[in-house]
Design a protein around this ligand. Structure first.
Ligand code: PMP
Length: 361
């Protein structure tokens, strides 16, 4: 068996130790006589996993007590659809700042029942920059302002938290949660699908300031009601228990590695190593994002001649580097370098890129 360095955007690489632990516990969890995925979610084993996972996540992200944590099925897209249902009154305005593909998805999901105001958009500019806060047209009575903290496809990342006054800031952190320390108290809601920095696909987290759960929202079924989900400890119905367990292992791994402070250092080094190769390639490789808002998690880049793309990808694969093909919306290449991507993987990619350039001048 040889595991490649996997630069896929999500589902993404997981720490080998997490996979091995899951493998070791696949047939029997502790002395339960069965796998965790075969046991009742109401039983002591799974309740233990769920509670430990929340405690570890709270510790990893320094989540204040006045914030609730929900574990959700349905991916980040479903969360995007549920935000206006839970936090906006019928007909109320919600503000969206669109800095890439996923911000656009978020606002498309939000439309039902509310008025969506695009407060700012980087679309005209090809999403290469983040519109300056001073130019945003925010609505006075908006239910919330939504941003995408890191745009997974366009490789654009907020490097500071925008001020939104009394209107709570909601942020999609799917591709950058736990990548560096974050002041959660500056947000109303933070949400993320797990399949990049937190573990496997099939589960997500929603971190919500508790007072916001008192909002009436819009008529909705219980299963879509975050207040009811919280009362039921995210188990109104059978939760994705295996994914929850894997998320728990991944969070524990991050704590053991030194937590978000350590990952911030590693992630800055990894991103710098790749941008360095790109910027010093004399135009052979190109990343078009404004330097100050370049993503530390997803590095999209283009070869100077796209006719070489296939050869680049094949060569990379032969060198044990997979998942580098860019998203179809953008083309080119993309290296996703989440917490679980070791620095050795990034170094191997940087070396491969330099060698490719000198071999194909
Ligand atoms: N938001 C962001 C920033 C993403 O990267 C993605 C998925 N790549 C999504 C939302 C959608 O997530 P899901 O597929 O889990 O619904």
């Amino acid at each position: 068996m040889s595991r490649a360095f996997n630069f896929s955007a999500g589902p993404a690489t997981l720490p080998e130790s997490v996979l091995r632990q899951a493998q070791a516990q696949m047939l029997e969890f502790g002395d339960a006589g069965a796998s965790i995925v075969e046991l009742s979610h109401r039983g002591p084993e799974f309740i233990g996993v769920a509670q430990q996972t929340e405690a570890d996540l709270r510790s990893l992200l320094s989540i204040p007590d006045d914030y609730a944590v929900l574990f959700t099925a349905g991916g980040a897209t479903t969360t995007q659809a549920l935000l206006p249902l839970n936090f906006a009154n019928p007909g109320q305005t919600v503000d969206y700042v669109v800095t890439g593909h996923w911000g656009k998805t978020a606002l498309k999901q939000a439309r039902a029942g509310v008025v969506v105001n695009i407060a700012a958009s980087g679309e005209a500019d090809g999403y290469r920059a983040i519109p300056a806060r001073g130019g945003w047209s925010l609505s006075k009575d908006a239910a919330y302002v939504h941003i995408t903290a890191n745009e997974t496809i366009h490789g654009v990342e907020f490097r500071d938290i925008p001020e939104t006054g009394d209107v709570p800031l909601f942020a999609d952190f799917s591709s950058s949660i736990a990548s560096e320390p974050l002041d959660i108290s500056k947000f109303g809601v933070i949400y993320a699908g797990a399949q990049k920095n937190l573990g496997p696909v099939g589960i997500g987290v929603v971190i919500v300031r508790r007072d916001l759960l008192a909002r009436e929202g819009q008529p909705r079924a219980d299963i879509f009601d975050y207040r009811k989900q919280l009362e039921a400890e995210s188990m109104l119905n059978t939760p994705p228990s295996w994914n929850w367990y894997m998320l728990g292992l991944t969070v524990k791994w991050m704590l053991d590695e030194g937590g978000v402070t350590e990952f911030a250092i590693r992630n800055a080094r990894k991103a710098a190593a790749l941008y360095d190769v790109i910027d010093n390639s004399g135009g052979y490789f190109r990343n078009e994002v404004t330097a100050e808002v370049r993503s530390r998690m997803n590095v999209p880049f283009f070869l100077h001649d796209e006719a070489l793309d296939k050869e680049f990808l094949a060569g990379a694969k032969a060198a044990g580097l997979i998942g580098l093909k860019g998203h179809r919306a953008l083309g080119g290449m993309r290296a996703s370098i989440y917490n679980a991507m070791p620095e050795a993987g990034v170094q191997a990619l940087a070396d491969f890129m330099r060698a490719f350039q000198s071999g194909h001048g």
